[in-house]
Design a protein around this ligand. Sequence first.
Ligand SMILES: [Zn+2]
Length: 446
Amino acid sequence: MSSSAQSTTPAPLHPAAPGTTPEATPVSADVPSSHPRQGEFGFTVGARLDGTRARTGVIRTPHGEIATPAFIAVGTKATVKAVTPEAVADFGAQAVLANAYHLYLQPGSDVLDAAGGLGRFMNWPGPTFTDSGGFQVMSLGSGFKKVIDMKATTPSGSDDAVAPGKERLANVDDDGVWFKSHLNGDVHRFTPEVSMNVQHEIGADIMFAFDELTTLHNSRAYQEESLERTRLWAERCVTEHFRLTDTRVGKEYQGLFGVIQGAQYEDLRRKACRDLAAMPFDGFGIGGALEKENLGTIVGWCADELPEDKPRHLLGISEPDDIFTAIENGADTFDCVSPTRVARNSAFYTQHGRFNLSGQRYKLDFTPLQAGCDCYTCTHYTRAYIHHLHKAKELLSHTLISIHNERFVVRLVDEARAAIETGTFFELKERVLGEYYAGNPDPQGA
Ligand SMILES: [Zn+2]
């Protein structure tokens, strides 16, 4: 699974001519077609919005339900940065997403297993997700536009690009990926089986299949080759996941999502959906380098192909316009590190846009970060106080701004979900985006 790569010039989309999408490749005969415990995980579609792919629904997990569309709080290393799990529940997040790569390296997935799984380890009683680690492992191979293919030998020069001054830290082959730890340089290997073992030990309610990350710079030929590798890895993930479900007796059932790649090629995206939809996944992730300008189109292609009765997760968004675009095109859940990441740089969201609390104008501003906000921060603290904390390099500023920013995004998605049910989604979208992008009423805002 991979996150968005934003760029100034979007890569062109490659729509398919009608009727040119290749047929799905049949699933290998040795891949199980289902598992008896899959009924312990579920998804029910609720309301639909006419003329769009937007829908509401409920994901059922052993640790509770997630009403969708839902924003999933990112807790990469089993913590939403600077925020206690009690505060995460308080700002309304329904689930937390951690990262298998980071937890595998530190403290080790065996530690989480011994603790009774991710939720128990971090004292988060609700549903949890783990990203497969593929994005982190493979993005070690580059530093150019975030994501560049990791293949050691490639048919064309553009597929072997590494940013100047960056050492290649990961190499992909048909069986898996060799990579160097970003912590100490130790060499590790991830395969689909290793990723499944690690994610089972971590014990999240929703896991993602191990996939190869490609970029917009890869050639068409490389995209095709990579997509086939990801398809074969998906089969291996399913087989290993079911084997582990049988052998790890006494554990709660963990749902497995297949990851759709295919970059900006419509026929490849559609084929990937058809290939993976034929496998017994519990849901799907939409991966790859999704540029803002093409987000809706690509998510829409996938939503058209994927089965209606399985949830769809999109990684790496949080700007208000992206949220509406993703929901409108059929995404059920999504996540992003932005609310806490920008908070650590003292940026905060309001209905009028994103501003930066470092400005001197906030020194005597005894109003909340956002007027009328119901979050813990806004109901207890002023801009002047948090401005002071930031200037004094006090860590509490990270906590207070993170709580507000997370609440801002969670509340926006909650409002969108309610608006699908009442048929007022487009009124909400027009009002929210109109206010957010109308201009900057705050002269010090960043
Ligand atoms: Zn607030």
